[in-house]
Design a binder for this molecule. Structure first.
Ligand code: ADP
Ligand code: MG
Ligand code: MG
Length: 466
């Protein structure tokens, strides 16, 4: 075994074996329900296929996996505390909302529900902190955070089933010992535990859980995993779009958002009104609008400023250390000399940075030459404050077979991204639950700098600890 693959080179090159394993893996994916609707028919379950996945698990350094798990509760606490600091959020987002209409609209809702007074003192947080293993100077990879998702963080459902595929592939290949080494993933159960607990804390048997769903729902089976687990506990789940949220007469205990994170999720004013109504309601929100805003790239960048972590985690200096160790350089383009310097730095060495707008879901960032062009056109305008600059993380590639429907097997050089789920519940000032709730591994060809599973670029994977 090498550091770049969970299986030996001669196996990767054995095309006859690989073809057999591909057949076994695809059937295992379908059997275990690792499913996705098709691009052609994203709202129908008449014709479905398997969700893209890797044939083998990918190697992940055990110490970094542990580090990521160990820092998750610190991140939960940090996010939750930041979400309660109106002054900080206002200041952090001030320059961005002047030029980014989408974030401005979210902030407007945040501001009005704050001014009116919060009607629900229980908060449910489900987030996913994503990392890559940076290959620094001394050849020892380090854990570096890419971002933290505080709204609609997905793939706990399908991701929890990938180990079943990988275990089967190893068994068919004739390696029961390796098969036994494959990590289980319990994210789906931990997250449903959190949602169910919030539902109980609301305190009404009759109240339902609402899943606020996307208008185009290709990744529906990942969401169904959560729903089915909750139905098993005799909790009623209703799917509603943002537009229709006002029309139902149910008492809602928990509103769990699977949508609402991008401009496309609000095609009309009615969608915005739906979000406002939801935020004003007595339902426990996952997330509330404040926590949603904490997940913006702009806030991520503001958290790296000296003294900010210390301010929020004043009672836990070790947590500050653990969190800061995962940060890379993040820079603001705010007006003035500081911002000008950041522009100059990025223009001089665009290959070392990533330019990020306040958007989610993959495919929005700029790298290299494209970064240079875009920043070149923005650099003298206030519009540049809609973006942040991030140091580029450069992981060592791994090799694997990426299994996409209809695509012949091809050995591919890839990079992996590890996600750790966090679940917490706060009532008034007290953390009732603060849980590190399992992992997700996604892998994509080094051909692509950006793009997620939904975009057809990355695949679902599972870690093989080395
Ligand atoms: P999104 O919210 O759209 O998922 P991300 O910050 O996760 O935004 O960026 C999308 C993708 O871009 C990541 O999955 C990763 O592949 C790549 N990426 C983002 N930031 C970096 C970085 N600092 N270094 C290297 N790649 C990055
Ligand atoms: Mg994101
Ligand atoms: Mg991401």
């Amino acid at each position: 075994m090498s550091v770049t693959s969970a299986v030996p080179e001669e196996i990767l090159q054995d095309t006859y074996l690989i073809q057999g394993l591909m057949v076994a893996a695809k059937d295992a994916a379908l059997y275990h329900g690792v499913l996705m609707r098709t691009v052609e028919d994203p709202n129908s379950s008449e014709m479905i296929n398997y969700a893209p996945f890797s044939l083998f698990p990918s190697p992940v350094p055990e110490n970094l996996f542990k580090e990521a798990m160990d820092v998750q509760k610190d991140f939960n606490l940090l996010i939750d505390r930041v979400s309660q600091d109106q002054e900080f959020l206002t200041k952090a987002l001030e320059s961005t909302i002047r030029v980014d209409d989408f974030t401005a609209h979210l902030f407007e809702i945040y501001k009005s529900v704050r001014d009116e007074g919060i009607r629900q003192n229980i908060i449910l947080g489900i987030n996913r902190s994503d990392y890559m293993f940076h290959n620094g100077q001394n050849d020892k990879p380090t854990l570096k955070q890419i971002e933290i998702n505080t709204i609609a963080a997905s793939f706990a459902g399908l991701g929890s089933r990938i180990p079943d595929i990988h275990r089967h592939v190893f068994q068919v290949w004739g390696k029961p010992e390796e098969a036994a080494k494959i990590l289980k993933c319990e994210a789906i159960y931990r997250i449903t535990d959190g949602i169910a607990k919030a539902w109980r804390m609301y305190g009404s048997e009759k109240a339902v859980i609402v899943f606020v769903v996307e208008n185009v729902a290709r990744n529906i089976f990942d969401q169904r995993c959560l729903e089915m687990e909750l139905w098993r506990r005799f909790i009623i789940i209703i799917n509603v779009s943002l537009v229709l949220i006002c029309r139902d007469g149910y008492e809602v205990a928990v509103a769990y958002l699977r949508t609402g994170y991008g401009p496309d999720d609000y095609p009309s004013l009615e969608d915005w009104n739906g979000r406002l109504l939801l935020e004003r309601s007595r339902a426990i929100k996952c997330p509330d609008i404040a926590t949603h805003l904490v997940g913006t790239k702009k806030v991520q960048q503001e958290l790296t400023r000296p003294g900010v972590l210390e301010k929020f985690l004043y009672d836990n200096p070790e947590a500050v250390e653990r969190i800061r160790a995962t940060f890379v350089g993040l820079y603001s383009f705010d007006e003035g000399e500081e911002g000008d310097k950041v522009v100059a730095m990025a223009m001089a060495e665009p290959e070392h940075f990533v330019l990020k707008p306040q958007r989610e879901g993959g495919g929005n960032n700029s790298f290299g030459e494209e970064l240079k062009q875009l920043l070149g056109s923005l650099k003298d305008s206030p519009e540049r404050s809609a973006y942040i600059l991030m140091e580029k993380v450069t992981p060592l590639p791994v090799v694997n077979y990426l299994v996409h429907p209809g695509v012949p097997p091809k050995l591919t050089e890839c990079v992996t991204e590890l996600g750790i789920f966090g679940v917490y519940i706060r009532r008034c000032g007290n953390m009732v639950i603060n849980d590190c709730s399992g992992h997700l591994l996604r892998t994509k060809s080094t051909e692509f700098a950006d793009g997620g599973v939904a975009a057809g670029v990355a695949v679902l994977d599972s870690p093989y600890l080395v």
